[in-house]
Design a protein around this ligand. Structure first.
Ligand SMILES: Cc1cc2nc3c(=O)[nH]c(=O)nc-3n(C[C@H](O)[C@H](O)[C@H](O)COP(=O)(O)OP(=O)(O)OC[C@H]3O[C@@H](n4cnc5c(N)ncnc54)[C@H](O)[C@@H]3O)c2cc1C
Length: 281
């Protein structure tokens, strides 16, 4: 079992990982090889102390180098579900289970608002993970809504195993099966009683499906970790960055405004120290 599972490789996750590594903690760190998309996209950052007028790409590269030099290893697995088992937390990432004594959520802010009925039908025909749940829809009809180009291979996988795939992407994507069909509009609403059986597009078109895969870079915190207390769209934390689940902490944009690198770094550091204290109990 790991001491800490950190979900997110942005400035908040990195800041916490550095401190925890200095204290020799056993860490599993989930995120992406690019560390933070958001930092990478910033043209010029003028308010990060000690690094005047740095481009986001350069700051991200400095972050990456520092992580590498500290011997921090990151896995690009995407966490799709977390459960609290009291003194340990279970994390599901790309169909693999991980166990940790504590968790830090540093997932950034979920850019997209969820679809209507998404929460209610999650796990009932609605999935965030093609690798985990794709086989359940072998030969069946599914819809895929994808806003992260890095997950294009998941669409391809679904096209290989499903009977029919309706695809909506926010980026250019070439269908790989003649049984697939592009959706002209994004999905607005999911419908069904016990199970999702219909999608409704922004223009009102309704389509019958057996399942829906929603592939976004970030998942709403309470979908990721059911029962997590929120304050609006953000994760509610105390002064130690601890959530309503003992041993589960959150830092960075996911805890609220201002969305700033310095805040993310500061909260990551507070969380790391609070985690050290928890682990020593
Ligand atoms: C265009 C732009 C310009 C900006 N300019 C500035 C600026 O000048 N100054 C400033 O201070 N701030 C700026 N910001 C804001 C700044 O980038 C954010 O405040 C900062 O990146 C937040 O850090 P974070 O660690 O909380 O989250 P993020 O940097 O968003 O990182 C979140 C990480 O979590 C990962 N993740 C999410 N969900 C999962 C999951 N389920 N499993 C695994 N990994 C997951 C993501 O892949 C990502 O690596 C700018 C943002 C943008 C978009």
């Amino acid at each position: 079992m790991y001491d800490v599972a950190i979900v997110g490789t942005g400035p908040a996750g990195l800041s916490a990982a550095l401190t925890l590594k200095l204290h020799n903690k056993d860490i599993i760190w989930f995120g992406s090889a690019e560390l933070s998309d958001k930092v990478g996209k910033s043209e010029k950052i003028a308010n990060y102390p000690g690094v005047p007028m740095v481009s986001g790409a350069d700051l991200n590269e400095a972050f990456r180098k520092q992580a590498e030099e500290m011997g921090l290893e990151m896995t690009d697995k995407r966490v799709t579900s977390i459960a609290d088992m009291g003194d340990r937390k279970m994390l599901l990432a790309d169909n693999e289970m991980f166990e940790a004594k504590t968790v830090l959520l540093s997932t950034g802010v979920a850019a997209a608002k969820g679809m209507e009925n998404e929460d209610r039908l999650l796990g009932r025909g609605v999935s965030y993970c093609a690798t985990c749940d794709g086989f359940l829809y072998k030969g069946k009809t599914v819809a895929v809504y994808c806003t992260d180009e890095r997950m294009a291979h998941d669409i391809k996988y679904l096209e290989e195993i499903c009977g029919k795939v309706y695809v909506y992407t926010s980026f250019a994507y070439d269908l790989t099966s003649e049984n697939s069909e592009k959706l002209a509009k994004p999905i607005k609403k999911l419908d069904g009683g016990l199970k999702c059986d219909t999608i409704e597009l922004l223009d009102g078109t309704q389509i019958s499906v057996d399942g829906v895969f929603i592939l976004r870079p970030s998942i709403a915190p309470n979908s990721l970790f059911p029962g997590l207390e929120l304050d609006g769209a953000h994760i509610k934390v105390d002064r130690n960055q601890e959530t309503n689940y003992k041993g589960c902490f959150a830092a960075g944009d996911c805890t609220g405004r201002p969305y700033q690198i310095t805040k993310a770094v500061g909260e990551g550091n507070i969380a790391a120290h609070a985690i050290l204290e928890r682990l020593s109990e």
